[in-house]
Design a binder for this molecule. Structure first.
Ligand SMILES: [Zn+2]
Length: 320
């Protein structure tokens, strides 16, 4: 990002933090640019008051979506501040007291975000998102053929669409987790209520179809940047255990055999790391087509496959 026109000395500490977050976020190659339009946000507080350069930056760089996401994140973490959305004067206050009144009586069990993944020498966790689908049967067949246990993070509408496929996954003993209902970031991440409600709906449907009740969840697009501390807390209070990944196969982008080599390249970099690889792939035909070659390559590297266990410390992306 260009820094023309920036005068850090004139900025408050709050915006400096935001700026740092933006730079870190770009470094992490996050999906801000796919972010759908959030209403134009501006800030009226002592951090940024009267700083025209902020607006210059927003409009010049056309990064308003990214900035808005970060600004909203910032205000969710700092509810004592005031966020102004839409037209000037249309105040949307994040009421700290309001959310506190909704806390359950039991002491919440809060998961601390950490990059510390499951410990284990040459253990790999294969996680498969967005199913069930028309590809699930083939994926399950390949996994079974190679004696590979895997974890599926399932979408509620797809469970209802393919109940028999889902039952078969359960029967074969694959680990089943939840991926929500809408897979729409505006709907899923709308509030602390929606992030929980979607998972509860998915949990209920899974239980109705398979008899299995799971607390394992993976949130759409991963937990950064949309899962605010408040949302994380809400999921944890509802008893859910959230998992991200540390290897993105990018099968969603490649749609061909390249996702295999791209994944293996990353796996090979894990040899000297403390955590095990947790690989993200997707439940779709293009992924199924090359899955056997991925499994063979991992087996050739003597990896042992395990499924995500609710007793493990969950691997989660870290904000800070
Ligand atoms: Zn997904």
């Amino acid at each position: 990002m260009r820094k023309r026109g920036w005068h850090f000395r004139r900025m408050g500490s709050g915006f400096l933090l935001l700026s740092l977050a933006i730079i870190v976020s770009i470094t992490l190659n996050l999906k801000f640019f796919n972010s759908s339009a959030i209403s134009q946000a501006s800030i009226l507080n002592d951090d940024l008051d009267g700083n025209d350069e902020v607006y210059m930056l927003i409009w010049e760089e056309k990064k308003e979506k990214m900035l808005n996401t970060l600004i909203q994140q910032y205000y969710k973490e700092h509810p004592q501040k005031v966020l102004v959305t839409g037209k000037k004067g249309n105040l949307e206050r994040h009421n700290k007291g309001k959310s506190e009144t909704k806390k359950p009586k039991k002491a919440p069990k809060v998961q601390t975000p950490s990059l510390q993944g499951p410990q284990g020498n040459h253990v790999v966790y294969l996680t498969i998102d967005d199913g069930p689908s028309t590809a699930t049967a083939k994926i399950a067949q390949i996994l079974t053929q190679y004696h590979v246990p895997a974890t599926f993070f399932l979408l509620e509408p797809n469970m209802k669409k393919y109940p028999n496929v889902l039952k078969d996954l359960a029967k074969k003993g694959f680990r089943l987790g939840l991926h929500g209902v809408t897979h729409d970031k505006n709907k899923f991440y709308h509030s602390r209520e929606t992030v929980v409600a979607e998972m509860k709906t998915a949990q209920k449907t899974l239980q109705q179809i398979t008899g299995i009740k799971t607390v394992l969840i993976r949130v759409p697009y991963g937990s950064v940047p949309y899962m605010t501390p408040d949302y994380r807390k809400a999921e944890a209070e509802a008893g859910f255990i959230m998992w991200d990944w540390n290897i993105d196969s990018r099968d969603w982008a490649f749609n061909d055999a390249r996702y295999v080599s791209y994944t293996l390249k990353q796996v090979d970099q894990f040899r000297h790391k403390k955590e095990s690889p947790v690989i993200l792939i997707h439940d779709k035909p293009e992924t199924a087509k090359y899955l056997a070659s991925l499994l063979e390559a991992l087996k050739a590297r003597h990896y042992e496959f395990k499924t995500i266990d609710p007793n493990l410390q969950p691997l989660q992306f870290r904000w800070h």
